[in-house]
Design a protein around this ligand. Structure first.
Ligand code: DAT
Ligand code: MG
Length: 149
């Protein structure tokens, strides 16, 4: 079993498609481990996307991410990182195939609606950034969750 970090970005929250996106992950077979609606500050946005800090679009990217609430989630399943990336689709919605989340919900790379970790190492780092001690990830739908089960 593997876990990945997924985030509905501000335009997805504003457009009211959090539920539709969750539905796709549930339908695929993922298990929801943790979820929260939050407002990201600039420091967290910059840390989350630190690998892209030299890109010309970095300012626009962190500005977009801090422009409204996001929905941060941890999803679990076999090959969770790669399965989530294939569900989400290519970075640029122009190239994302219909049937993928970006292919179906987005048109522009600067507003591509959802984030998914790109490796198990990134997933662990991002889960640590967004889900700190205040939200125990051992809770599943309000019931105790046994990591061994
Ligand atoms: P992904 O989100 O598919 O992992 P990434 O990590 O390369 O893609 O980039 C992170 C985000 O940065 C991406 O979701 C949208 C934004 N981005 C990437 N390339 C961009 C570009 N050329 N212009 C504007 N925004 C871009
Ligand atoms: Mg990425």
């Amino acid at each position: 079993m593997e876990r990945t970090f997924v985030m509905v970005k501000p335009d997805g929250v504003k457009r009211g498609v959090i539920g539709s996106i969750i539905n796709r992950f549930e339908q695929k077979g993922f298990a929801l481990m943790a979820i929260k609606l939050m407002q990201i500050d600039l420091a967290l946005a910059e840390e989350h996307y630190r690998d892209l800090r030299t890109k010309p679009f970095f300012g626009e990217l962190v500005g977009y991410l801090t422009s409204g609430s996001v929905c941060a989630m941890i999803w679990e399943g076999p090959n969770a990182v790669a399965n989530a990336r294939s569900l989400i689709g290519k970075t640029n919605p122009v190239e994302a195939a219909p049937g993928t989340i970006r292919g179906d919900y987005a048109m522009d790379v600067a507003g591509n609606i959802v984030h998914g970790s790109d490796s198990p190492e990134s997933a662990a780092r991002e889960i640590g950034l967004f889900f700190t001690q205040e939200l125990p990830i051992t809770t599943f739908m309000g019931f105790p969750y046994n990591e061994q089960s």
